[in-house]
Design a protein around this ligand. Structure first.
Ligand SMILES: Cc1cc2nc3c(=O)[nH]c(=O)nc-3n(C[C@H](O)[C@H](O)[C@H](O)COP(=O)(O)O)c2cc1C
Length: 681
């Protein structure tokens, strides 16, 4: 058989530059920790010694009111305005008008370099530990230092709401272990299959492996009724206890003690089992002990469960969304995303073709799957490529003002009702997702309905439905931008949460009308050729729908070279979000399996924004909508499944997922002629 041709997207790059996905700051290798060598060395000290080492202040002392600081005689001194000569450049003040100018006295000193590095190091090298605990006892003075560190934490209104219950009894630990096991099983049952498979391999507690467990509580009543700062925000009490946990964790790390936080508990059940006063809240259950080693990266990251998010994703300047690290100009999320999109890597592509030839099968015998696996290799810059598992479908939901033109038989409120159905697990996408082990998340980017918070719903409404594009633009350019950003951020979140495959889904009554308009703009075809019957409309309605698309195009004359303008004129919020989702997936070098006609329309827009984004796209299926075929032809993508589906919701993409996964798995598991000792043709 002939060697399969490279996919249309497989444009080898001249000089590939490897780039980490979510580059974490390089962490220096941890130095070996002086864990106690013998049990004796680590043996607890007698009580008196421990107190000698770290004396606690007498209780009376700590509640003595301090002498109040003397009132400053006058305000802080200010630097006199320099006498500027005519030629001198004016000095740019660094502070805003509201901030007083710097006093002449130097600020209080920070730590010297070595001390600062030690503080930062302990934060970097703190790890949550579940594996490799040792049974060596913890000396009293060591545990005391750790608890003192916890006890110096900040707290709301200085209420110090924490208590620490130190548990050593094997019997108590056994009963806590049993409770955690029950919750572990309940959680495992709630997971999509692919996640459950991953979770099975994870250790999530070390209750029985550690000599000491510590329960950290919060007393929401401590400090009386008028605790400063807790009045409007009662959650500040457990927050304060959580800060004590962090102090404890860091101090433990400095002592060479590992800490593992266990949150697989029903809190009330735990209060009863431990015989704690009923008014206490449990903030943390910690397993503490000496360890063989501190892993460099979080254990969940090493297991592929999650990825580290870069700092640049989470720092905003002045207003949310203006992302900028200190000293940098704010960057636009879309521009940043585009700048991270690269063509397929030529080296990995070449390796994939080579490997395909050496696998124990006739060359080209896997047909389209060989192309997919090469694409996955080029995208990930790895051969064999990662298997896109776990995977998640993001169903972007939005409503359409053009619904008012009578382009569908379904009332608009069905969008909101179907969102609830999907979140309740009753939609077709749920059944298919369950079959293929994928997660369903629903993103409300523009439904008209007000949706109550529901597990699995991402409330990201940019606006409640578009405007009727037969009378004016569907959206403003700003709204288009915001919806694209929703898509990018959804891709980021799903990838950071460990998903290795992304699938598009959408829900929006009347959205095939907007899809048809977008496809007309990007294919140049006539509305009569690309406008389909969507949910199954009659001839009269179909004729009206075609006319609506035609009128909209005449009204707006959208310019394909201005994709934001095209979306603003005739797009939908879910189309904009899906375009962002594709761009986001491409920038993270994660494959995106496209669903039907709306995804095809969004992919055309995404390609107009960043042509190389197509390198990440795989057409999951061909829908019965005529516009979809037109879109796929224009994109040069061959659909994997062709079963006359016309539902949306990500159903076609979900059916294609196992095909894509099989393509990647074959690269990992199929023997080569040389390794299997099979004679070649
Ligand atoms: C509030 C909280 C609850 C946690 N619960 C658990 C848990 O039940 N089981 C577990 O194995 N790890 C638990 N962890 C640890 C996290 O998984 C861990 O902090 C994260 O993966 C990052 O790894 P690192 O702490 O080593 O940096 C918890 C952490 C926090 C902050």
């Amino acid at each position: 058989a002939a060697e399969p041709e490279a996919a249309a997207v497989a444009q080898p790059e001249a000089a590939p530059v490897p780039e980490p996905v979510a580059a974490a700051d390089p962490v220096p290798a941890p130095e070996p920790e002086p864990a106690p060598v013998t049990a004796q060395e680590a043996a607890p000290l007698p009580e008196a010694d421990a107190q000698d080492v770290a004396p606690l202040p007498a209780p009376e002392q700590s509640i003595q009111p301090e002498a109040s600081a003397p009132e400053p005689e006058s305000g802080p001194e200010v630097i006199e305005t320099p006498d500027l000569s005519d030629e001198a450049e004016p000095v740019q003040p660094e502070t805003s008008d509201e901030v007083p100018t710097a006093p002449t006295a130097p600020p209080a000193p920070g730590y010297d370099d070595a001390e600062r590095e030690a503080v930062l190091r302990v934060m970097r090298e703190r790890r949550d530990i579940r594996n490799g605990f040792r049974s060596d006892p913890i000396p009293h003075e060591v545990l005391l230092r750790v608890l003192e560190a916890a006890h110096t934490a900040p707290s709301v209104g200085h209420s110090q709401p924490w208590d620490f219950v130190v548990i050593r009894s094997a019997e108590t630990r056994r009963s806590m272990h049993e409770l955690a096991q029950q919750q572990r099983e309940a959680y495992a049952k709630s997971l999509p299959k692919a996640r459950a498979k991953q979770f099975k391999e994870l250790k999530i507690e070390a209750i029985l492996d550690t000599p000491v467990n510590i329960v950290v509580t919060a007393d929401p009543t401590r400090g009386g009724r008028h605790t400063l700062g807790r009045h409007t925000q009662p959650q500040m009490a457990p927050y304060s206890s959580a800060l004590a946990v962090e102090n404890l964790w860091l101090a433990a790390r400095a002592e060479g003690l590992g800490v593992g936080w266990v949150s697989f508990f029903d809190e009330r059940e735990m209060v009863r089992a431990l015989g704690l006063p009923e008014h206490l809240e449990i903030v943390a259950y910690l397993c503490v002990g000496y360890v063989d080693e501190f892993p460099e990266d979080p254990e969940l990251m090493q297991a592929g469960w999650s990825k580290r998010r870069p700092l640049s994703w989470v720092v905003h300047e002045e207003t949310y969304g203006r992302r900028a690290l200190p000293g940098e100009a704010p960057h636009d999320l879309l521009q940043e995303t585009i700048s991270n999109i690269r063509p397929l890597d030529a080296k990995a592509l070449g390796e994939a073709w080579e490997r395909q030839k050496r696998m124990t099968k006739p060359a080209g015998a896997l047909g389209m799957l060989e192309i997919i696996s090469a694409q996955l290799s080029g995208l990930s810059r790895m051969c064999p490529p990662p298997i896109p598992e776990p995977a998640a479908v993001a169903v972007f939901a939005g409503d359409h003002g053009v619904h008012a033109q009578g382009v569908t038989a379904w009332p608009q409120e069905v969008t909101g009702q179907m969102i609830a159905n999907m979140l309740g697990g009753g939609a077709v996408c749920n059944a298919f997702a369950s079959q293929v082990g994928a997660e369903v998340c629903v993103v409300d980017v523009g439904a008209v309905a007000e949706l109550p918070p529901m597990p699995g719903l991402l409330p990201r409404k940019v606006r409640a439905g578009t405007a009727d594009f037969t009378t004016g633009p569907a959206l403003t350019r700003e709204e288009v931008h915001a919806a694209i950003e929703v898509g990018i951020e959804t891709a980021r979140d799903l990838v950071a949460a460990g998903n290795k495959g992304l699938l598009t889904g959408e829900m929006g009554i009347a959205n095939t009308t907007a899809s048809a308009a977008l496809i007309c703009v990007y294919t140049g075809m006539d509305p009569a050729e690309v406008t389909g019957r969507g949910t199954g409309i009659n001839d009269e309605m179909h004729a009206r729908k075609i006319d609506v698309v035609r009128r909209a195009l005449e009204l707006h004359q959208p310019d394909p070279a201005d994709p934001i303008g095209v979306l603003a004129a005739v797009g939908g919020l879910e189309h904009a979000a899906m375009a962002g989702f594709l761009l986001g997936g491409a920038s993270l070098r994660t494959p995106v399996i496209l669903d039907g006609v709306s995804a095809g329309a969004a992919a055309l827009v995404a390609r107009a924004i960043a042509p190389e984004a197509l390198a990440a796209c795989i057409a999951g299926h061909r829908s019965a909508e005529p516009g979809h075929v037109a879109a796929l032809n224009k994109l040069g993508l061959r659909p994997l499944v062709d079963l006359d589906l016309r539902l949306g919701e990500g159903t076609g993409a979900l059916l294609a997922l196992p095909i894509v996964q099989s393509a990647a798995r074959a690269m990992h598991e199929v023997a080569t002629f040389d390794s299997a000792g099979v004679t070649e043709k």
